[in-house]
Design a binder for this molecule. Structure first.
Ligand SMILES: [Fe+2]
Length: 397
C-alpha cells in the first residue's frame, strides 16, 4: 500500500542525518570516527542516571580508544528545560571541543543538538525556537540513544520546556540539528528500566502510527512506518519484560524506534502528539506515557477517515480478519491491539489512572492544544474542532 502521495508528479523530500550505524556493539564505530576526523576533545552530554546505569561506559571507552580526551556534562534531566541546554552550551563553548556526543534518551540528544550549535553561534537560545531559526551548523555531532523511543538521533528537532513561559514546551527545528553520525546500538538499552522501556516504546509506536496515517505521508515514510509498527507489535512486550535477557527483542525495538523517527521527521505527526501536550505541561506526565494512553482513543476517532490504513495497522499488529468482517471492522481491531499492548506492558488505557486530573480543565486543554500544537492537529487524517478535542479527552478519561 503506497498511495502516500497525491500523484506521481508530486515531489517529496527525504531528510536524515549524514550516517546512521545500526548494530549490537556499533558504539565501537565512534573510535574510527574520532580518529579519522582527528578529534582531540569530545564533550559527552548525558544524564546522571544514565551514567549511574553504566550506559555511557562503552561510549567513553570508544572515544578514548579513538584518541579523544573526554569531558562529561551529566546535567540533563527528563523533559529538559532550555536552561539545561544553555548550561551544556556553556561547557561546550569553551573553545576546546571538536565533537559533541549526545548519549541518552531524547532529552540528552536534544540538549546535545543545541549545545553543538550554541558552542559556535553566540545567539540567545530563545531566538532559535521555531522553524529554521538556527543560524548555522555547530560542532560535529554524534548521537547515541540509550532508549528505544524518541527517534531523536535521526531528527532535526529539539523539544524543551521554557521555564520563562510557565514551562510551556518550545520546539527548535533546523537542518543544522541533524547529527553527523547516529549510532543505534541496542547494547546501550540493556539497563533500561521496564517502565521506561514501555513508555518510550509506545512513543515510538505512536510515531509510526501517526506517520502512517498523517496527511503528509509519502511512499518512503509508509515503508518505514509499517516496518516499525510490525516490529514493535512483535517485540515490545519481550523488550519490556525480558530487557537485559533478550537481545533480539531490544535489537528489534531499537531499530523500530529509529526507523519510526526517520518516518515522522519526513511526514510529521498527528493529534496524539497535540493532545499529549497539556497533560505533559499541566501535570508533568512523561511524553511517552501520555502518548501511550491517548493513542488508542485518537486512533478510534481517526478510523472512519482512513479505514484501509487502520485495517493494515491491525494486520501489522497481528489481528486477523474474521469471516464476514468488513474493512471497517478490522480497522477498529487496531484500537483493540494497542489497548492490549498497553495492558501487557503495564500502561493504563484511561487518563484518570494517571493521577488526579480535573475534567473541568478539558476545555482549557483544548485551547492549549490549538495554541501550541496546531501543526500536529492540521496533519491529523481526520479534521478536528475544539469540541472534538474536548470530546477526545472525555473519551480517554
Ligand atoms: Fe513523541
Amino acid at each position: 500500500m503506497t498511495d502516500g502521495v497525491e500523484s506521481i508528479a508530486e515531489t517529496y523530500h527525504i531528510q536524515s542525518p549524514n550516517t546512521v550505524s545500526y548494530g549490537m556493539g556499533a558504539t565501537d564505530e565512534l573510535a574510527s570516527f574520532v580518529s579519522e576526523r582527528s578529534i582531540d576533545r569530545a564533550l559527552v552530554v548525558t544524564d546522571a542516571d544514565i551514567v549511574a546505569a553504566g550506559a555511557t561506559e562503552p561510549v567513553l571507552a570508544a572515544l578514548e580508544r579513538g584518541g579523544a580526551d573526554v569531558t562529561v556534562f551529566d546535567g540533563v534531566k527528563p523533559e529538559p528545560k532550555l536552561s539545561m541546554a544553555e548550561d551544556a552550551a556553556a561547557v561546550a563553548g569553551d573553545g576546546a571541543f571538536d565533537l559533541v556526543v549526545g548519549v541518552g534518551g531524547g532529552s540528552s540528544m536534544d540538549t546535545a543538538k543545541l549545545a553543538s550549535v550554541l558552542a559556535v553561534h553566540d545567539v540567545p537560545i530563545r531566538e532559535m525556537v521555531g522553524m529554521g531559526n538556527v543560524p548555522g551548523g555547530g560542532l560535529p555531532l554524534a548521537l547515541l540513544p540509550t532508549t528505544a523511543g524518541t527517534g531523536s538521533e535521526v531528527t532535526h528537532i529539539g523539544v524543551f520546556a521554557d521555564e520563562a513561559d510557565g514551562g510551556n514546551k518550545v520546539v527548535v527545528y533546523s537542518e543544522h540539528l541533524f547529527a553527523d553520525l547516529a549510532i543505534v546500538d541496542p547494547a546501550l538499552t540493556e539497563s533500561l528500566p521496564p517502565g521506561v522501556a514501555a513508555a518510550t516504546g509506545m512513543d515510538a509506536l505512536t510515531h509510526a502510527i501517526e506517520a502512517y496515517v498523517t496527511v503528509l505521508r509519502t511512499p518512503y515514510t509508509d515503508g518505514l512506518a509499517r516496518q516499525a509498527i510490525e516490529l514493535l507489535g512483535e517485540n515490545l512486550r519481550a523488550a519490556v519484560h525480558q530487557g537485559p535477557h533478550n537481545d533480539r527483542a531490544r535489537y528489534n525495538t531499537s531499530f523500530a524506534a529509529t526507523v519510526a523517527g526517520q518516518a515522522f521527521v519526513n511526514s510529521g505527526l498527528g493529534a496524539v502528539h497535540a493532545l499529549t501536550y497539556p497533560l505533559a505541561v499541566e501535570y508533568g506526565l512523561g511524553h511517552g506515557l501520555a502518548n501511550a494512553v491517548l493513542l488508542p482513543h485518537v486512533m478510534a476517532y481517526n478510523v472512519p477517515a482512513e479505514p484501509e490504513r487502520f485495517a493494515e495497522i491491525a494486520r501489522l499488529l497481528g489481528m486477523e480478519r474474521a469471516p464476514g468482517e468488513t474493512t471497517l471492522d478490522v480497522a477498529y481491531k487496531s484500537v483493540d491491539a494497542v489497548k492490549a499492548l498497553n495492558e501487557d506492558i503495564g500502561i493504563p488505557n484511561r487518563i484518570r489512572e494517571l493521577g488526579e486530573i480535573d475534567t473541568a480543565e478539558f476545555d482549557a486543554f483544548a485551547d492549549v492544544c490549538f495554541e501550541y500544537s496546531e501543526h500536529n492537529i492540521d496533519r491529523n487524517p481526520r479534521a478536528m474542532s475544539h469540541d472534538d478535542v474536548v470530546g477526545l479527552f472525555e473519551d480517554a478519561y
